[in-house]
Design a protein around this ligand. Structure first.
Ligand code: CA
Length: 737
């Protein structure tokens, strides 16, 4: 019978195949439109090799399962969609492959859309071997989705998505009321390449649905993908629907977690998370009913609270659809949590999130905390979680007793690269032995490995610039990564130098160059970044307003500024700010090291984002070993709002001195930072430090500072109802005389 059935199927398949499948090579947009109109099942529309600029493709048609209509490249990887380009797909049994989107951005809200319009969705359609690389809108606040899946039965696979710096999910399953919701999409073998922190909510790499329709099942499968440093925000994968399977993915040094945010009955199994100790790397966060998290492997995850290796949240009683439903019937079984900082139970418990997990099981997990510490924390009641058969490497004062056995655990790396206990008695505890990490070769488009990352500071040539020469001309002629080496003498800068790539301006060995600035020193333009080393800036004659380093709007990708051994003298206290960023821009880091600033306004002005949704202007601001005298403020950093989706900003100031400085009651104001470390600084005859907490679980440490004729540091809480949080230790405050 079996043979007979197969034979009949073969005949049907042949009958369904078209007699005259055609290849239609097209070389302009009009030819493409005509080819789409006449395409029949089995036909292939082939884009000629080369650049297709400003091409908003609409690909519609009806193929068959045996004979889809194909849109592809003459040579895979040689067809580039650039400028204002995108692709909309509507119909059935369509296949797209071989395209690259780069050097531009979609003019609409999506790059690849599985619908032509709201009525014409795509189904049973596949996008494979497609690349979207750095195709980000220049203003990071301008939102889009790179791949938007509508309809049912669609697949995205073996593709490469990297370098999204603007707001919006990289790949989303859209589930609008009225559209089919039993999606059954498949998302597999994709290389999700690095996505830097967005500095706001909206930087998810994958999202399935939204809260409105989250109580229905999407039945989407996400499997055998690599998530490589996909650190846009706290949700790497945001599940907002039910019945999904997330299986056998490999997550590398990615900040955030897979979050079962809304919807019930999802399965997360056999995934591998490797954090390598990178801050804020997490695993899986459990919310809602009937979630299964089993046979996963977590190693080297440094994240805490919502970014723990595992967190099980508290819910809101009778929660509205978009808050937090109570965890019920969760099964967390057979996972290995190794060398990881935290497992948080009843996470986020507070006056609103008061419903603890119920009817849940935590069994046969292997737990080895980082640095011999107990990773378990309970932020609320844990009686609704039954612990059984777990093994934890011995710690001094374990939080959990029954169901978590304390014992010596010796680990050994197996052939699959993962750690397992050597003791055969533990064979049934923790992640299974047959996990097979997905390899780089298995995912992405085989013909695409991306460009070399933009040349880093100091990676290019060193170009000597004699004293008195035009620095503007030297900057214009430099390439990414180059260093301009200046001689002893004065360089007059009549107008700000426009910096369009990573550029270092430094003193040549033993030289003492002085940059004499008439208005501003530099302007960071799109793609730019500036590192100043070992030189003096004389801005005493600059006008009182403006900035030494101005960041232009729309500078994507993220920029970076460093002052290292730089001495700056401005026109007077309160006049001429230092580094000033525009709204819509984002710095990976701003660093001031071993530098001097005197007679000026605020040295780092990071208050450009005034929207209340939690946008902030830079991931890290680091000040070390520097001296500030008669400045308005050392730094003014602002992150507004109550959103809990970001990692930063991070602030650190150490080993520095501040004298005769401050304005409006503060010489340093840090508002909304998630991490602030202010240690071993001295403040004299200045206004004080003000740290303002707005959201989340900010970590603030103000330690071992000296305050002479300067008020004591203050911490204010905008949302938290208790006493101000933070560590204030070893500070010495002398009152003003
Ligand atoms: Ca989010």
């Amino acid at each position: 019978m079996k043979v007979r059935a197969a034979a009949i199927w073969a005949i049907l398949a042949v009958a369904a195949a078209p007699a005259h499948a055609r290849d239609m090579l097209v070389s302009d947009q009009a030819q493409f439109g005509a080819a789409v109109k006449k395409a029949q099942p089995g036909d292939r529309i082939i884009l000629a090799d080369g650049e297709w600029r400003d091409f908003q493709m609409v690909f519609t048609g009806t193929g068959t399962a045996a004979a889809p209509i194909t849109l592809t490249a003459q040579t895979k990887g040689k067809v580039l969609l650039t400028g204002r380009s995108n692709l909309r797909i509507g119909g059935r049994h369509l296949l797209v492959s071989g395209l690259i989107f780069k050097n531009g951005a979609s003019p609409t809200g999506e790059v690849i859309s599985f619908r032509r319009d709201s009525k014409t969705l795509a189904s049973d359609t596949r996008v494979t071997e497609v690349v979207i690389d750095g195709f980000s809108k220049a203003d990071r606040r301008a939102e889009d989705i790179w791949v938007a899946l509508y309809g049912t039965g669609n697949r995205v696979d073996h593709s490469h998505f990297e370098g999204k710096t603007n707001s919006g999910v990289t790949l989303a399953v859209i589930r609008r009321t009225g559209d089919p919701l039993d999606n059954r999409h498949r998302i597999d073998h994709i290389y999700f390449g690095p996505r830097p922190p967005l500095g706001s909510n909206g930087g998810e790499t994958v999202r399935i649905g939204t809260s409105e329709e989250s109580l229905s099942a999407s039945n989407t499968v996400i499997e055998r993908n690599i998530f490589d440093r996909t650190s846009g925000e706290v949700e790497i994968v945001s599940v907002k629907s039910g019945g999904n399977i997330i299986r056998e993915n490999l997550v590398l040094e990615a900040q955030g977690a897979f979050v079962l945010r809304h919807g019930n009955g999802n399965l997360v199994e056999r995934n591998i998370f490797l954090g390598k100790g990178v801050a804020d790397t997490g695993g899986v966060r459990v919310i809602n009913r009937d979630q299964i998290v089993r046979d996963n492997y977590f190693e080297g995850l440094a994240g805490t609270s919502f970014k723990s290796a595992l967190s099980v949240m508290n819910g809101v009683p009778n929660s509205v659809i978009n808050r937090y439903h109570q965890v019920a019937n969760a099964r967390i079984e057979g996972n290995s949590i190794i060398d990881s900082a935290r497992i948080t139970l009843a996470a986020g418990a507070d006056a609103e999130r008061s419903a603890a997990p119920v009817d849940s099981r935590f069994e046969r997990n292997l737990i080895v905390g980082a640095q011999g510490q107990d990773p378990f924390r309970a932020e609320g009641e844990t009686g609704g979680i039954a612990f059984a058969g777990n093994v934890e490497a011995k710690v001094a004062k374990p939080l959990l007793g029954a169901g978590v056995e304390q014992r010596e655990v010796v680990l050994e790396r197996a052939a699959n690269g993962l750690l397992y206990p050597t003791d055969p008695a533990l064979a049934a505890i923790g992640a299974p032995r047959d996990l097979k990490p997905v390899t780089r070769e298995e995912v992405g488009a085989s013909w695409y490995r991306g460009d070399a990352p933009e040349a880093a500071f100091g990676a290019g040539s060193t170009l000597p610039v004699p004293a008195g020469a035009s620095l503007a001309r030297a900057v214009a002629g430099a390439k990414a990564g180059d260093t301009l080496a200046l001689a002893t003498g004065t360089y007059d800068i009549a107008a700000p130098l426009v910096v369009r790539h990573r550029l270092t301006i430094a003193a040549a060995t033993d030289a003492k160059p002085v940059l004499r600035v008439a208005s501003g020193l530099a302007q960071i333009a799109g793609g730019g970044g500036l590192r100043l080393e070992n030189l003096a800036v004389d801005a005493a004659a600059a006008p009182g307003n403006g900035a030494l380093v101005m960041v232009a709007g729309s500078v994507a990708p993220n920029y970076s500024v460093t002052f290292d051994r730089v001495s700056v003298r401005g026109p007077g206290k309160g006049r001429l700010d230092g580094i000033v960023m525009a709204p819509g821009t984002f710095a990976d880091d701003v660093t001031i090291a071993d530098s001097d600033f005197a007679e000026m306004g605020t040295v780092v002005v990071a208050t450009g984002e005034q929207e209340p949704q939690g946008w902030y202007p830079m991931e890290r601001l680091t000040i070390a070993g520097s001296r500030f005298a008669r400045v308005a403020m050392v730094a003014d950093l602002l992150r507004k709002g109550s959103d809990e989706s970001t990692f930063g900003p991070w602030f650190s100031m150490t080993g520095s001195s501040v004298a005769d400085s401050g304005t409006g009651g503060a010489s340093l104001r840090i508002s909304g930072a998630q991490h602030a470390d202010i240690a071993q600084n001295s403040f004299a005859a200045s206004d004080g430090i003000l740290v303002i907490h707005s959201v989340g679980a900010p970590e603030t440490r103000i330690a071992s500072n000296a305050f002479a004729a300067t008020p004591a540091p203050r911490i204010e809480e905008l949302a938290w109802k208790g006493a101000p949080r933070g560590q204030l230790v070893g500070n010495v405050v002398e009152a003003r005389p």
